[in-house]
Write a new protein. Structure first.
Ligand SMILES: O[C@H]1[C@H](O)[C@@H](O)[C@H](O)[C@@H](O)[C@H]1O
Length: 546
């Protein structure tokens, strides 16, 4: 698809908007002097990314765990209700935790929320490993849910506030790589321990290990410079920025200029925010005490919904996170083994591994391309691939005669042969590849859409949208397979993807390469789609089409 076809019409009045663009460009910090991210920023990204691994591991391990528990909890086999509760309590508590973590991240810092999530990951893992009852398991999974909800919100925020803008997309995608890598490891661990006596206790308990390692590693890492500035700790912020931008081959003078530039822009943002808050009689950021905190939170919320630019950022972030889940990917993550059993694969668990591996491998493709191609373009190109995969799936299910039992019942020995099951698998792989390249990770770039004043709360609410939609998909997939049939279910997901493509095309501007402070300017008076695409194309032409 050509670019022109993919973008809305450019406004006629180019000259005045171009003049404005040029004025804006004068404020942009030139980070092209940074050839590659330095060791320091990689270390930060990898240490923080371990939370992503835990998110992936803990959400991925549950399918094998459920199969292996047998009658070891409450001395009886798990009922369907037990299984649903054990699975969905994690996403439900993640949904509750993400907005709370948003408030904590503003008061206590991003790093402390990561550390807090580690403690919850460890407690939840051990709780599950040693529990003897179904309710104990639900309790442990809920604690893990609190950890997953906090981590899934705070890690992209932590990385994006530390990363130089030219690498921000890629560095945030590292956390998506950790998530999908965690899911692959969870499938492998599940497959390995499923043959051992009480192996499931190891499956869930092992989650404590990376959390403990991360807890130790994070002790030596800094807070984000943007949070430090907000907490009036300018010197510390400067030290962190010098380390972020410094590194082998970078000129010391360039680094100082860059750091001063970033500090000035963040300072201006905080100053503007303080001035505006003064006008609204809101206590300043340094003020402690519960009444000051509550006043700031409610002010933050009203800023988020009443200020046009913030509201647009919230709509975009929630729209992307909602579609990431409602496109149905996690129904494969949670139930692909069930589907593959139904269509007659001999080793459904191993076949499911191909879904997890595809997800991981194509997240690598996203990692390589997200800053080069851009978030918007990568989505506009990859969502049609998802639609094609889903449509082929729906067509193929038409030709597969499923066993007489209801689709929702697991462990049905399918007796279907022929080419169609293989086509279903191929179509799912195509769909997952399309998902992993765009939808699977671009929504996690959410933090860059919000200005500092509402960044934490905005990211938290969009993360909550993700977990809310995740819960809906988890609960609705099996009933939909029964009532709508597999053909209807996959066709419906295809329609959701078409709606996603249209919304992205209409309202999601290109944010690749912009500094965090510039994205706010883009959404100030509108969705900023035309302007962002025009600037991006101009930049690409300047860089020889890269
Ligand atoms: O970005 C992640 C990733 O795509 C995972 O594979 C998926 O299970 C999560 O729900 C999603 O948030």
């Amino acid at each position: 698809m050509s670019n022109a076809a993919a973008e809305p019409l450019i406004a006629n009045n180019r000259s005045s908007s171009e003049a404005q663009d040029e004025r804006d460009e004068a404020l942009v910090i030139d980070e092209s002097v940074l050839a590659i991210p330095g060791l320091f920023i990689w270390t930060l990204t990898f240490c923080a990314g371990v939370s992503g691994f835990l998110f992936g591991y803990d959400t991925g391990v549950i399918s094998s765990t459920l199969i292996s528990i047998g009658s070891e909890l409450s001395s009886r086999p798990l009922t369907t209700m037990d299984k649903s509760l054990i699975t969905s309590c994690t996403s439900f508590f993640a949904l509750i935790a993400s907005p709370l973590a948003g408030l904590l991240a503003d008061s206590f810092g991003r790093k402390n929320v990561i550390l807090g999530a580690d403690i919850l990951f460890i407690a939840g893992a051990l709780w599950q490993a040693f529990t003897t009852t179904v309710w104990g398991m639900i309790g442990g999974r809920s604690v893990v849910g609190l950890a997953v909800g906090s981590a899934s919100f705070v890690v992209p925020l932590y990385i994006s506030e530390l990363a130089p803008s030219s690498f921000r997309g890629r560095l945030v995608t590292v956390s998506a790589l950790f998530i999908t890598g965690g899911q692959v490891v969870a499938y492998l661990v599940g497959w390995w321990f499923s043959t051992q006596v009480s192996g499931w206790r190891w499956m869930v308990g092992l989650g404590a290990l990376p959390a403990a390692v991360q807890f130790c590693l994070m002790q030596g890492l800094p807070e984000t410079p943007r949070w430090l500035m907000k907490a009036s700790r300018r010197e510390e912020a400067k030290t962190v920025l010098l380390r972020v931008y410094g590194g082998k081959g970078t000129d010391e003078g360039d680094v100082k200029n860059l750091v001063n530039g970033v500090l000035r822009r963040v300072e201006k943002e905080i100053y503007d925010e303080d001035e505006a808050a003064n006008g609204r009689a809101v206590p300043r950021a340094g003020k402690t005490g519960w009444s000051a905190k509550v006043a700031r939170v409610s002010d933050s919320f009203s800023q988020l919904v009443t200020v046009g630019g913030n509201r647009r950022a919230l709509v975009i972030a929630c729209m992307l996170q909602g579609f990431q889940q409602l496109c149905g990917f996690n129904s494969l993550m949670y139930f692909s083994a069930t589907i593959f059993t139904l269509v007659g694969f001999r080793s459904p668990t191993l076949t499911s591994l191909s879904i997890a591996c595809t997800n991981f491998l194509f997240t690598l493709v996203a990692f390589h391309n997200i800053d080069r191609i851009g978030r918007r373009r990568i989505l506009l190109w990859s969502v049609p691939i998802m639609v094609a995969g889903l449509a082929l799936c729906a067509v193929a299910f038409n030709y597969v005669e499923l066993p007489a039992q209801k689709a929702g019942v697991t462990q049905v020995e399918g007796g279907v042969g022929g080419i169609w099951p293989v086509i279903i698998l191929g179509a799912m792989v195509v769909y997952v590849a399309g998902y992993a390249v765009g939808m699977g990770n671009v929504p996690w770039q959410q933090s860059e859409l919000f200005p500092l004043a509402v960044r934490s709360l905005g990211s938290a609410l969009s993360t909550a949208t993700n977990w809310g939609s995740n819960t809906i998909i988890g609960i609705s997939f099996l009933p939909m397979m029964e009532t709508l049939t597999p053909v209807g279910t996959f066709a419906l997901y295809a329609i959701v993807c078409c709606a996603a493509w249209f919304c992205i095309w209409m309202i999601y501007p290109e944010t690749a390469g912009l500094s965090l402070e510039d994205v706010g300017g883009l959404l100030k008076d509108g969705w900023g789609v035309e302007k962002s695409v025009r600037n991006r194309n101009r930049g690409r032409r300047r860089d020889g089409g890269r």
